[in-house]
Design a protein. Structure first.
Length: 149
């Protein structure tokens, strides 16, 4: 079964929450409180996302993290690739040559390429802004903000 790991799922939640604040800088504890994702996990994710230039790290007294570009320009595919590497269901089509001893003889390779392209295309068609709509739809934002005040 194709399933994202929990960290990748949390990364989408964290970034979607950040997108609701536009370019406002937020600290890891603030993001943790807003999302319910444990602080150590948020800190780990923010560091990984900063290494991949999906979030920008700001140092100093007013430091924290902000999205590196507008949410409408960040795709779910980019987030997945930042944390899990290339999007591929099978090793033979993720760009790693020699990962399968039957690679040159395999009649399925072309078909798996087609499947992987379709999945990448679908994930590239969904933006972080699309994912953030869930927060507003379910009313999480106002409730969490009122508790933080």
């Amino acid at each position: 079964m194709f399933r994202l790991n929990r960290l990748t799922d949390y990364a989408v939640v964290v970034m979607a929450q950040m997108s609701l604040r536009g370019d406002k800088v937020r600290t890891a504890p603030q993001i943790s409180q807003d999302t319910g994702v444990p602080l150590p996990t948020v800190a780990k994710l923010l560091n990984a996302l900063a290494r991949e230039n999906l979030v920008a790290s700001h140092r100093g007294a007013a430091g924290g993290y902000a999205l590196s570009k507008p949410a409408g320009e960040i795709t779910v595919a980019e987030i997945i690739q930042a944390l899990e590497g290339p999007i591929a269901l099978t090793a033979c089509v993720d760009g790693s040559v020699g990962s399968c001893e039957s690679e040159t003889l395999c009649p399925m390779r072309g078909n798996w390429d087609k499947v992987n392209r379709a999945i990448r295309h679908a994930l590239s068609g969904v933006t972080l802004a699309d994912m953030a709509l869930t927060f507003v739809t379910f009313g999480d934002l106002p409730e969490r903000e009122s508790r933080a005040v």
